[in-house]
Design a protein around this ligand. Structure first.
Ligand code: DGJ
Length: 524
């Protein structure tokens, strides 16, 4: 890579079916963890945390930057914490994704500095339908936007000055889990005035230009009311809380976009927003944090916030596939900024990078472990780190498949090269002592095809059968070698045969093995 690619800031590029994050000219997979909310407010508090992160093979830390501490007095900025964070990350060979806890954090505005929070006549609040003010800055206020934007731009300018050569900071999250409560929209005076106005032109144009590819539930809301191309919010989307939420989402997106565009003008890092997912289908807008970058509002957010590169889910329930499928509609990349730090993350990480070509994985409150060296996520990250060059080379060619197997999963199937693979949880063999237990841990992995008959199989607790795509033939193993990639070069260990491949019947990644196996097949 030339010097230009090396000095360019991290950036997102579309490569074949996948989106890649290029850092110093090379595709980078974020093997991350997010710090607890208050952890990066003290440099000293983080000191014992850094070695833990290294022991778990993280390459990136998601760390908040707090508006209240960055600009404690209006117009006076204190970058000490940010500078120390960058210095410590570099000392520990870690990258950073910075989380801007600005106007909104989990719907609320608790990270706004005191001079903002205590002056509601200058920095107005969202209100409920009865006019009661909430601890939420309204997005319908130029003063709120201006104040938040000024601080955010100062942060980006500072990153440009201090990090544009080193690229320790890879991306920035704008705000955190934006959402409206306890109503689907605000009823403050400016919001009321905006609600009486026609739907803004850019959203109407977007609807018409993209009518064939709108997410179906959003298209249905528009079509149910006549697919109108002009009118007020209630005329275009109908009366009710669903329309209230669309309206509020548009103005949240617009506010966030102004921030992101101004921040990128200072220093153009990729930027994303994260969503608090609504796990209960029976809850109406206003009953869950509403109007954030949720799947049913993705079109509104994409239309309103073109400077935001990615809408990202925060996973705090088991339906990993369901939400990932929703967030990757229309070819959008999967980016995981937060997932509950719990058993099964290792399998989900391997699956997410293999199946969704995801850009990032990141358990929340990553520093909370006392046994970092034993954490399964660290074992999965060790594998993913080793195979990053291979994965990022073959993902754009469509030559990678991921698997996630629970006790009740149907077998996974994939055709790669000249072979078809059937992937099951290892416990289906009945050989592992724990296979008799009622609960099985999640198993995950991936297969990379480097030639029509040559594969790397990566993961844990899976058993895999192979058959040729050519009719009437069976598959045999030329060889199976376990091994590791050391600085990108394959270093084989044992030749696996006999009991280890059940006398040529299958590939087995034994429970707890977190293995890479190099497999060559032939047909007979
Ligand atoms: C999601 C938020 O984005 C995080 O900051 C944190 O509050 C977790 N929820 C839960 O602890």
């Amino acid at each position: 890579m030339g010097t230009r690619a090396q000095s360019a800031p991290p950036r997102l590029v579309k490569t074949g079916p996948s989106t890649q994050l290029l850092v110093d000219g090379k595709p980078f997979l974020i093997l991350g963890g997010e710090l607890g909310n208050s952890s990066s407010s003290s440099t000293a508090y983080l000191q014992p945390v850094w070695p833990k992160l290294q022991a778990m093979h993280l390459n990136t830390v998601f760390a908040p930057v707090y508006w209240e501490l960055l600009e404690p007095t209006e117009g006076r900025f204190d970058f000490k914490l940010v500078d120390e964070l960058l210095a410590d990350a570099r000392r520990h060979q870690l990258k950073l994704v910075l989380l801007w806890f600005g106007a909104w954090k989990n719907s609320m505005s608790v990270y706004a500095p005191a001079w903002v929070k205590t002056d509601p006549s200058r920095f107005p609040r969202a209100t409920d339908a009865q006019g009661h003010p909430q601890e939420i800055l309204t997005p319908f206020s130029a003063a709120n936007l201006e104040a938040d934007k000024k601080a955010f731009v100062r942060l980006m300018q500072h990153l440009k000055q201090t990090d544009s050569r080193t690229h320790t900071v890879l991306m920035v999250q704008v705000e955190n889990e934006i959402g409206m409560l306890p109503e689907a929209r605000s009823y403050d005076a400016a919001a009321q005035a905006a609600f009486a106005q026609p739907v803004p032109e850019p959203l109407l144009t977007y609807l018409q230009r993209n009518s064939a590819s709108l997410r179906p539930e959003f298209a249905a809301q528009w079509q149910r009311h006549g697919a109108k191309t002009q009118g007020t919010w209630t005329e275009v989307f109908g009366p009710g809380v669903a329309t209230d939420e669309i309206f509020q989402a548009w103005y949240y997106a617009d506010f966030t976009n102004t921030l992101a565009a101004a921040g990128k003008a200072a220093y153009p890092l990729p930027m994303y927003v994260n969503a608090a997912l609504n796990y209960r289908a029976d809850r109406l807008p206003g009953q869950y944090p509403s109007a954030g970058p949720l799947p049913h509002l993705a079109d509104v957010w994409e239309a309103g916030a073109p400077s935001i590169d990615i809408l990202a889910p925060d996973y705090y329930n088991p339906n990993f596939r369901y939400w990932s499928d929703l967030f990757t509609r229309n070819g959008r990349p999967l980016f995981t900024p937060e997932i509950a730090f719990e058993p099964g993350d290792d399998a989900k990480a391997l699956y997410a990078f293999g199946h969704y070509n995801c850009l990032s994985f990141s358990p929340f409150s990553i520093e909370s472990t006392d046994k970092p060296a034993q954490e399964p996520i660290g074992k999965a990250y060790d594998l993913l780190q080793q195979i990053t060059p291979l994965l990022t080379k073959y993902q754009p060619l469509g030559a990678v498949r991921g698997f996630l197997q629970a006790k009740d999963s149907a077998a996974g199937h994939a055709t790669l090269g000249d072979y078809r693979f059937t992937v099951k949880h290892d416990y289906t063999l009945g050989w592992a002592p724990d296979a008799k237990k009622p609960d099985w841990p999640l198993a995950g992995g991936l297969i990379i095809s480097v030639a029509p008959d040559e594969f790397y199989v990566v993961g844990n607790s899976l058993v895999i059968n192979c058959e040729p795509t050519a009719a009437g033939k069976k598959a045999g193993f030329v060889s199976i070698d376990e091994g590791r990639f050391v600085n990108g070069a394959w270093v084989p260990g044992r030749r696996l045969n006999g009991d280890q491949n059940h006398q040529g019947r299958h590939i087995r990644l034994e429970p707890g093995s977190y293995a890479i196996q190099h497999v060559k097949l032939y047909a007979y």
